[in-house]
Design a protein around this ligand. Structure first.
Ligand SMILES: [Zn+2]
Length: 173
């Protein structure tokens, strides 16, 4: 378009075009080309501005993606560390349990396992301040008297949840 405008201008300046109608046409075309060029320059400016904004936004998004990825990696690392710890603890507790189970008479262990299966994984509960810590119910006076009267090595059970009651100095007997 610039070339065409320059060519028109050259023809105009050369003085070769003498016909008034042709001169008028030429001048009109030059003016029209100049307007069109101005419009196109506006479009180019706008496109450049939009491109710049889009580039900035892309950089911003890339940064956010990076931040989220770092967070995700951190979370995975913490999860793995926690899992490792839990595995370690589970191993220790399992070993402790096995060692304690080895000292419990076979029939009592069998009873305990049976109750444990029925009572959601807890087969024995501490009797603490007259309350069964398995079902959280307080023993009534008759039940307490029975527990009091029972020899130390007798297995006593909660009348409510049937768990084995473990007597301690804090049992409230
Ligand atoms: Zn109970």
């Amino acid at each position: 378009m610039r070339q065409r405008s320059a060519r028109d201008q050259k023809r105009l300046d050369s003085g070769q075009v003498t016909n008034p109608k042709d001169l008028e046409n030429l001048q009109s075309e030059i003016a029209s080309l100049a307007r069109r060029q101005g419009d196109l320059e506006d479009v180019v400016l706008e496109v450049m501005e939009r491109h710049e904004a889009a580039t900035e936004r892309a950089a911003e998004l890339a940064q956010r993606v990076e931040a989220v990825q770092a967070k995700a990696e951190d979370a995975v690392a913490r999860r793995d560390a926690a899992l490792g710890e839990i595995d370690g603890e589970a191993g220790t507790v399992r070993a402790e349990r096995d060692s304690v189970a080895g000292t419990v008479p076979a029939d009592l262990l069998k009873l305990y396992e049976k109750i444990r299966e029925q009572q959601g994984g807890v087969g024995a509960a501490r009797l603490f301040q007259r309350r069964c810590e398995g079902c959280r119910l307080e023993l009534n006076i008759t039940e307490l008297n029975e527990v009091r009267a029972a020899p130390e090595d007798e297995v006593v059970r909660c009348e409510n949840c049937r768990r084995v009651l473990v007597r301690t100095p804090e049992s409230g007997l």
